[in-house]
Design a protein around this ligand. Sequence first.
Ligand code: PLP
Length: 395
Amino acid sequence: MSTVKRVYLDHAATTPVRPEVLDVMLPILKDQFGNPSSFYHRGQVAKKILEEARETVANCLNAHASEIYFTSCGTESDNWAIKGVAKALEKKGKHIITSKIEHHAVLHACEALAGQGYEITYLDVDGDGLVDPEAVRAAIRPDTILVTIMMANNEIGTIQPIEKIGQICRENKIIFHTDAVQAAGAIPIDLSQLPVDLLSISGHKFYAPKGVGALYIRKGVRIATFMDGGAQERNRRGGTENVPYIVGFAKAFELAMAEMAESTTALQALRDDLIEKVLKAVPYTRLNGHRTLRLPNNANFSFEFIEGESILIMLDYMGFECSSGSACTSGSLDPSHVLLAIGLPHEKAHGSLRVTFGKSSEAEDIDRMVDALVKIVARLREISPLWEAFLKENK
Ligand code: PLP
């Protein structure tokens, strides 16, 4: 076995469960196994624990506990928001506005609705991945029922002007959903101020386990039930609540909010150090995503003339665990829809690398990683026909 140090740099894909979270989950898994719907004492204890967790999540978002609905993941939250509004408002209209850089949980939910007679407008983004709020306004029609634009992008980290987009939706009385799966726990979200009606979050992006998420539904928003079943979640989402995971989710979110100022400073320092050093040390490299309006932990590069997959394999061999795009598309040979949407040609979109820092990241790993990248990119260019052609042309 190789003894190379493993460095995990893919926190946008998922995060480990932090010890404080495990500590609050384990006693519930072991002892408090009651079903919150049971009338006897054990059930009522579970119900109390569940409702306390809901209160905690609501506080993190400055929302009301009755507006928080627990789900199984971010994908379920996105599907519920989009398909639930589409169904509830089908008599009003069948037009939905989204962007070209949404996560597949949103894009594929919209595609499914397109197959049922809904019309979807996919807005362009600029070279940094930003949606223009005025383009949202221009796309609104009398039959528009929903706008769904993500808060922060999972590949390039760009943070959208959610407040402005939400205001435009409010002015036009259109429901606004935002996928905040990458944003929650990383940047502040104040739902008493933000004009957002529906918001998706997922625990495994902020050190809670995989398989637990939430959908915020602002009071009064019309939305159909997504999971038919029992009367759980105020009759809107059937299924016995996953109490231990929900408690872990609430604890992780609470810790992320309490530590946000400190962790933002630490992550931004790592991110900016890496960006500066990579752009300096590796020629023909670009940073994808907005330089400042980006998640504190995200760096995304395109290295011209080479394949992202090869970079990942060689980095893995040298101990660095990164991604070339979203976790769900890695393994596919299609270039990222996000990189194509920000205007990268196919060959540049193929040579991309996403590095996302987290709690375990250390400043000393950056120089080692830059050294590794310099060697890897040079080696891959040596065997690249695109590089050879470029050198000939530019002799
Ligand atoms: N939305 C965004 C922006 C994401 O990054 C992800 C996961 O990567 C999801 C939705 C899906 O969340 P989950 O993995 O909890 O289903």
